[in-house]
Structure formats: C-alpha cells, structure tokens
Design a protein around this ligand. Structure first.
Ligand SMILES: Nc1ncnc2c1ncn2[C@@H]1O[C@H](COP(=O)(O)OP(=O)(O)OP(=O)(O)O)[C@@H](O)[C@H]1O
Ligand SMILES: [Mg+2]
Length: 215
C-alpha cells in the first residue's frame, strides 16, 4: 500500500507538471481564455415559461397540490405567498413549474404573470428588471434600482400576480427581502413559486408550502 501511494503521488506530480508545461505554452499555441464564459454557461441553463413539445409524464399529484395552492385565497393581511419546488438537479422542478404556469385555470386566475430564470447570478437589479420586462413584454430602459422598483410596484399595484423564480441558488436573505419590496403592492391571492435544488434557499425565502420532488 505504501508503494501504491508513492506511485499515485508520482503520477499526480507528473500530471501537474504536464499541465504546467501546457499552461506555459498556452500563448505559443494561440489558446485564449474565453471571456464571459459564465454568461455562455448561464445561457444554456436559461429557462423560459414555454412548454417544449415533448410530453410531460406523471407528477399529477404534485401538479394538483400546486394548483390548489396557486388558486387558494388568502386572508386579507398577506398580499402574497411563496411556494417552493425543491429537489435534485434534473428531477423536473422547472417542468412542473411550467406545467402549472401554463395551466388554463392559472392563466385565468391571475392578472399579471412573470417568469424569471434566476440561476446562479442573483442580482436584485437584474431580477427586478427581468420581472418588469416579463410583465410589460418589452425591455425597459431604466438601470437604477430605485426607478425599477417603483415601476414594478406600479405594475403590480392592486393586481393579482403570479411570479415564478426559476433555479434559485442565492441564500442572501437581505437580498431577497429587498427584492420583495415592490411585491406587497399586489392584491391578496398573489403567489410566488421558487424552484431550487437547495432546501435551505426555500427556508431562507420563507417558502410555505415546500414541495419536495422525489425520483
Ligand atoms: N414529468 C416529466 N415528464 C417528462 N419529462 C420530464 C418530466 N419532468 C422533467 N422532464 C425532463 O427532464 C429534464 C429535466 O427536467 P427539469 O429541467 O424540469 O429539471 P430541474 O429539476 O428543473 O433541474 P435543474 O435543477 O437542473 O434546474 C428535462 O429535459 C425535462 O423535459
Ligand atoms: Mg430547473
């Protein structure tokens, strides 16, 4: 076992020095680091509210529960409620969210609907702008968060809204509180659905109910 470990250590050293040699020749070989690699990655993960043509199977129970939550009325004091879909990657969180988002009864039940793919770059300004653009159907000019939040607030004023925040990773509690500031303008019965792989994110966002998807 000792000699095995030594052999592994020697192999690793050789691999590391081979990588170092390649790195040194990077410029000579004309290899360039891709700038904005993060953005390219983000695009491939970006989701939309549109259901793709492929069939959706099963998940009927989960769908019914989610629909019941979405169509439920609220006590007057709370203007909106947050529900979360939690589960491991590829389990079907986004697909389930799309299915209910596009359901006919849901279409009719809400005045304003928005779908925002949050992913790993949680930026209040960007998310607020995305919500606003999703509602208005066109890009907005404003870059200032104060202006964006005021615009969003007036769009949501006395409206029953449904917002899907897809693929959330951020555990920034203060950020979420700040993002939610314009949402209280909506009428009771408004809903937010969050999809995330992390139960902790759902807890931090004070999501209730939480639907955890099992294989
Ligand atoms: N009920 C279903 N019937 C058929 N295909 C499904 C179903 N649910 C998910 N899929 C397919 O499985 C793949 C992954 O689903 P989806 O993107 O919804 O997972 P996810 O939980 O959102 O993953 P991630 O954590 O990476 O965002 C997709 O190609 C989707 O079309
Ligand atoms: Mg997803």
């Amino acid at each position: 076992s000792f000699s095995f470990n030594r052999r592994i250590a020697r192999d690793v050293r050789e691999i590391v020095s081979a990588l170092e040699r390649m790195l040194a020749r990077k410029d000579a070989l004309g290899l360039k680091e891709l700038s904005g690699g993060g953005a390219a990655l983000r695009d491939s993960r970006e989701t939309t509210s549109l259901l793709e043509d492929s069939q959706v199977y099963g998940r009927n129970q989960e769908k019914e529960k989610l629909l019941k939550f979405l169509l439920s009325k609220e006590a007057e004091e709370s203007s909106f409620r947050i529900g979360a879909i939690v589960g491991m990657g590829g389990i079907g969180k986004t697909t389930l969210a799309k299915t209910v988002f596009n359901d006919e009864t849901v279409q009719e039940a809400f005045d304003v609907k928005a779908w925002v793919c949050v992913s790993d770059q949680f930026d209040i300004g960007r998310v607020t702008k995305s919500i606003l653009d999703s509602i208005t159907g066109h890009g907005s000019e404003a870059a200032d968060l104060n202006v964006l939040q005021n615009k969003l607030r007036s769009k949501l004023m006395n409206e029953k809204f449904l917002l899907v925040l897809d693929d959330v990773w951020s555990e920034d509690y203060d950020g979420w509180q700040k993002l939610q500031a314009p949402f209280s303008a909506g009428t009771s019965g408004s809903k937010i659905i969050v999809t995330t792989r992390k139960k902790n994110v759902a807890d931090i966002m004070r999501a209730n109910p939480i639907y955890s998807l099992q294989p």
